[in-house]
Design a protein around this ligand. Structure first.
Ligand SMILES: Cc1cc2nc3c(=O)[nH]c(=O)nc-3n(C[C@H](O)[C@H](O)[C@H](O)COP(=O)(O)O)c2cc1C
Length: 223
């Protein structure tokens, strides 16, 4: 598969088959993605991959902590910043509407939407999940560089016939995950990623999100 095809066909997969992924293949995938660049080659990331019982334990932890309390635990690194522009807000709204339309869950069915959202905490049935761990003392640059690792993983997953969904929603369980994974004093979980074979029959995987026009995000000067 060429890179352009991988970039075009990657979507956030939110419905997986429960087919397990072999450990050796997951290890090779992680090794391949480690070629991702990072400023000063700091490689500021650490990845914890869970499968089988270890995966299930995380799901159980989430159920115990989030049932009746979907907002979870406080964090000083919220998923969305206090200020987002009107254009950004509109895009966020739009993607939500498109997704729930595919699922047939109407706007006024708040409970139905929440129930569906909570599938995040079962990794949308994916057999493998990654957690991206950062030293909380790093700067904003290192968060960005970790994003490069995540996108490289997502593209290499396409090549393998796997799907991925990045999951910042796990940020609502940072203190619990820190304890659960036995992280060092300064470590924190930034983001999760569900990984597995996409369920092609799941209607949510038919969602192909929109992007702003070129003129909205790029300026070409001096050509
Ligand atoms: C860092 C990051 C975190 C994300 N967290 C979540 C999440 O918690 N749950 C979810 O369903 N999607 C999550 N997404 C997926 C985005 O909603 C998705 O990338 C965006 O709507 C564009 O759609 P696409 O990935 O299908 O192109 C996340 C994406 C990124 C890059």
């Amino acid at each position: 598969m060429d890179v352009s095809t991988a970039v075009k066909q990657r979507i956030s997969t939110r419905g997986f088959l429960d087919t397990p992924l072999p450990k050796a293949e997951v290890e090779q995938w992680l090794k391949d993605a480690q070629r991702s660049p990072s400023g000063g080659n700091l490689q500021p990331w650490r990845v914890i991959a869970v499968s089988g019982e270890e995966r299930d334990k995380v799901v159980q932890l989430a159920a115990a902590k989030l049932t009746g309390n979907p907002r979870g635990e406080p964090t000083d690194r919220p998923i969305y910043p206090e200020h987002i522009t009107d254009a950004q807000n509109a895009r966020r709204f739009r993607v939500g509407e498109m997704m729930y339309e595919k699922l047939g869950i109407p706007r006024d069915d708040k409970a139905g939407r929440l129930t569906w959202f909570m599938r995040n905490y079962n990794f949308f049935n994916a057999p493998v999940a990654l957690f991206f761990v950062l030293d909380e003392r790093v700067g904003h640059g290192q968060w960005g560089h970790t994003g490069m690792l995540m996108q490289t993983l997502a593209l290499l997953a396409e090549e393998r016939g796997w799907g991925t969904c990045m999951q910042e929603c796990w940020g609502v369980l940072r203190p619990s995950l820190k304890t659960h994974f036995g992280l060092d004093e300064h470590e924190m979980v930034w983001c999760g990623m569900a990984v597995g074979i996409p369920d092609k029959d799941d209607p949510v995987n038919a969602l192909y999100t929109e992007r702003a026009e070129l003129e909205e995000f790029a300026e070409l000067r001096g050509f």
